[in-house]
Design a protein around this ligand. Structure first.
Ligand code: SF4
Ligand code: SF4
Length: 241
């Protein structure tokens, strides 16, 4: 079986509902960090995998005062879903390396640049360039069927895989629900443009501070999730199901 197909089959067997391969030549300089730009020269492709969150758990986080719902969301994301994604990306990395190519699995949800709050490589950019969704006004990756209710993993590689086209065809349009709902007022409301830096759309520090305050108060965990909950694309899936 061709390597791309083998990787997709393994990812889906392990729980990924989304799989795509991005040509990182489409990444535009202004929307990525200098570090990401340097990485792309060594790893021209990215494998993107997405594992859906439980819709019922995301539905439960409408009230920030509901400590049970917020904590359950936090544990579901960080202790259940993210470890699963890391298992998937580690397994796929082994398959790619066994074929003689280079592969770097990017840890799920780990900040590397603690000043600017960036990870090693943007999972969302990889997923959008792999054709799996668009980057919304919330700076989250929005899938057409589950909205932002998906967690992402990425493997950077030089393997000659079958590439997907970058996502096109849908966008946030006039919606601003996440912008209005954010208790930290972290979003500007500007739509994603590949030529613009994240700071044009979001003040990540505001979200970080808000979550950090929640860790210190009665909630006890750095979680909010309103921008995940409120997106109508995720809500549509709930109604359709
Ligand atoms: S997690 Fe909450 S505070 Fe952070 S950006 Fe989303 S809605 Fe705003
Ligand atoms: S809530 Fe609306 S504006 Fe925000 S990401 Fe979803 S579709 Fe886009």
């Amino acid at each position: 079986m061709q390597l791309s197909k083998r990787l997709e089959k393994k990812a889906r067997e392990m729980g990924a509902a989304y799989f795509g391969i991005a040509d990182l030549a489409f990444a535009q300089r202004n929307s990525i960090t200098e570090h990401e730009q340097a990485v792309i020269t060594e790893f021209p492709r990215a494998i993107s995998v997405g594992v859906p969150l439980s819709s019922s758990i995301v539905d439960g986080i409408t009230a920030q005062s509901d400590i049970y719902a917020i904590k359950n969301y936090y544990f579901h994301v960080y202790e259940v879903t993210n470890p699963r994604i890391n298992e998937i990306t580690l397994c796929l990395t082994r398959i790619v390396e066994d074929e003689g190519y280079k592969a770097v699995p990017i840890p799920s949800s780990h900040t590397i640049d603690t000043d600017k709050l960036y990870g090693f490589f943007s999972h969302k950019m990889a997923a959008s360039l792999a054709g799996l969704g668009w980057i919304g006004k919330s700076c989250l990756l929005i899938t057409p069927d589950r909205g932002p209710r998906v967690r992402w993993g990425t493997i950077l590689t030089d393997a000659p895989l079958i590439l997907n086209e970058p996502f096109s065809g849908k966008s946030c349009g006039g919606c601003k629900l996440c912008v209005e709902a954010c208790p930290a007022r972290a979003f500007t409301g500007n739509p994603f443009k590949p030529t613009e830096a994240r700071e044009i759309r979001m003040d990540a520090e505001k979200c970080f501070k808000y979550l950090n305050d929640k860790r210190k108060n009665a909630v006890g965990v750095p979680a909010c999730g309103l921008c995940v909950n409120i997106c109508p694309f995720g809500q549509k899936k709930k109604q359709a199901g």
